[in-house]
Design a protein around this ligand. Structure first.
Ligand SMILES: Cc1cc2nc3c(=O)[nH]c(=O)nc-3n(C[C@H](O)[C@H](O)[C@H](O)COP(=O)(O)O)c2cc1C
Length: 278
């Protein structure tokens, strides 16, 4: 018997507790950015995952930078920064840049990242990204061990293949933004899901239950389709034929990952010739 009072209802089975530090990781998953900043002719770049939009009018965004970062120094003096949105081609650069400190190394020199000129500020923009946002600092506030820089957006530039009026989820993987989930793990937006809300004439709880049932059915069908494709590929491998594992890693990849499955490890790779690994 469940209580009518939601504040007395016990959590569902299987719910686990985590330390307070997990809250930040739960909130992560937005596109990771490379923050560029310049002061007295010194340019620096650091990856950053803690950011948020704050206001549409005026357009304000905020970034949280740990107090010891060299970037804090540069932004505090220069009062400007740019957000560069890297994609998969810069995956390894992003991780490496996070291990370097701009006060002891010229990161642009070390990584040979190409840059180009901003239109409104003085920090360089990183070439090969999917989008760029130029900001002037409107406010900086210390919070705990981080400094929150509130930036007024003064210019936005995009690669139109990556971003029209929103991220193009179905775009080529090379131009999709990178999403950081923690450690050295990133993801890209694999699939667009369109939400459908109940129409005025529908009872909301019935309409929502119906949509949920449709979703579950779609998931089941997708899994069956993938299993059929995998069986076909396995037959090819047994015959010693050339197979391309990328065929499996299409629209069902995200769903499979969610179920904790690895797409490639399930096939006996000891025979045949495999493409698309790694
Ligand atoms: C993917 C990724 C996301 C990061 N996010 C943040 C962040 O939100 N805030 C922060 O202070 N440091 C963050 N870091 C760590 C800094 O990028 C790292 O300490 C960097 O070396 C600082 O450079 P700097 O000292 O030249 O400013 C992140 C690192 C990585 C790899």
């Amino acid at each position: 018997m469940t209580s009518d009072d939601p504040l007395l209802r016990p959590p569902p089975d299987g719910v686990e507790h985590r330390p307070a530090s997990a809250a930040a990781r739960l909130l992560m998953g937005g596109p990771v950015v490379l923050v560029t900043a310049t002061w007295r002719g010194q340019h620096n770049v650091m990856p950053l995952a803690w950011h948020m939009p704050l206001s549409t009018d005026p357009p304000l965004v905020a970034i949280a930078v740990e107090q010891s970062r060299h970037t804090v120094e540069l932004i505090s003096h220069g009062q400007e920064f740019a957000l560069n949105f890297p994609g998969r081609p810069l995956l390894h650069h992003v991780q490496y840049l996070g291990a370097l400190r701009g006060d002891s190394i010229d990161k642009f020199e070390a990584t040979q990242l190409e840059t180009f000129a901003p239109t409104h500020i003085n920090a360089p923009l990183v070439a090969g990204c999917a989008a760029w946002v130029e900001c002037e600092v409107q406010e900086s506030l210390p919070f705990g061990d981080h400094v929150l820089f509130v930036g007024l957006v003064v210019a936005v530039h995009v690669d139109p293949e990556a971003f029209g009026d929103r991220w193009a989820v179905g775009a080529r993987e090379e131009v999709r933004p990178l999403h950081f989930v923690g450690g050295n793990v990133y993801s890209t937006l694999a699939r667009a899901l369109e939400a459908k809300v109940p129409q005025g004439f529908e009872a909301p709880e019935r309409a929502l239950a119906q949509r949920l049932a449709e979703e579950l059915e779609l998931t089941r069908e997708a899994r069956e389709r993938r299993e059929e494709r995998r069986a076909a590929l396995e037959r090819e491998v047994e015959r010693g034929n050339l197979v391309d594992l990328d065929e499996l890693e299409d629209e069902d990849e995200a769903a499979a990952a969610q179920r904790g499955e690895r797409l490639d490890g399930e096939i006996d790779l000891s025979q045949g010739v495999i493409l698309g690994e790694g």
